[in-house]
Design a protein around this ligand. Sequence first.
Ligand code: 5GP
Ligand code: MN
Length: 329
Amino acid sequence: MLSALSQPLRILITTHHKPDADALGSSLGWAHVLQARGHAVTVVVPNDFPGFLDWMPGTTSVLDYEQSQDKALKALQEADLVCCLDFNDLKRNNELGQKIEQSGKPILMVDHHPYPKDFATYSYHKVEASSTCELIMDLCKELGWMDAVSLDAGTCLYAGLVTDTGSFRFPSCTPNTHRWAAHLLEMGVRHFQVHEAIFDQTPVEILRFLGHCFMNRLKVLPEWHTAYIVIPQQDLKDFGVRTGDTEGLVNYALNLKGMRFASVIIDRGVQVKMSFRSKGKVPANLFAIQYFEGGGHLNAAGGQSGDTLEQTEARFLAAMESFAPDHLR
Ligand code: 5GP
Ligand code: MN
């Protein structure tokens, strides 16, 4: 792969739909690194990212495929290489994924999700990595490119390290993760600013929405060490909830004493979207794959349902009846 990157290329970087801090941070971090190495880079996201990621250096030149399809397709047409970051199935890239497949361009995939699909020309894939941002640091080291990791790049990459590890607490966080965090701090990344920029931006109506969820929408299945939250579409309207505002909600359910499995089930109108989180060996991704056309990591996964919210909750409870005896006793 090093030889492929030895001459200046036009490179398109993309990531999964509804990009989170690891998706956008790794995309922008890698973009800064490639630019420092003399490549011309365009970052294209399949749809919009949450406002609390606006501060990342480079966001103003990111193309949103849904808003700027012509520009995005032109960048794809001109690209010598496509980098797919933080996903391993082109379906997770929406329509842009189909266009990439049809383009026949060489693809570099950098990702840490299990069960990668076989679409990449070059693959840098480690399931044990905490985050794609960690993998970008590993890759830069392997390529001998550490001098291309600027403060801007490091700041973007730190964001993925901190979020995908739940602020350095999940089992996926390793000495390697901490070594890169230490390296980035030594470079001058202001970790407290990154943390504040991501976590301390809650609008008052969203805090009230969380209160409403805890009071009125949270359910506990003590016998299965499971807590879940079911959110009708009307709640999203009533409280003005937007993309990204519900991220993290599922973790509150898992914070409850004794819980080992948690879910948030949200009626988004077009479909019902589900998030799953677990502790220890409880396979959240298996649950997502088996029952809700989803996937993800062992402890963090997601899925969806085309049924109504009520039907989905009933299916969730039925799924628990077969899943829980094996995994949540
Ligand atoms: P979240 O609950 O934050 O939306 O997603 C948690 C994890 O599950 C992420 O790593 C994400 O990539 C994965 N995930 C969420 N939804 C889906 C889905 O519908 N399909 C697959 N394959 N993975 C998903
Ligand atoms: Mn990730």
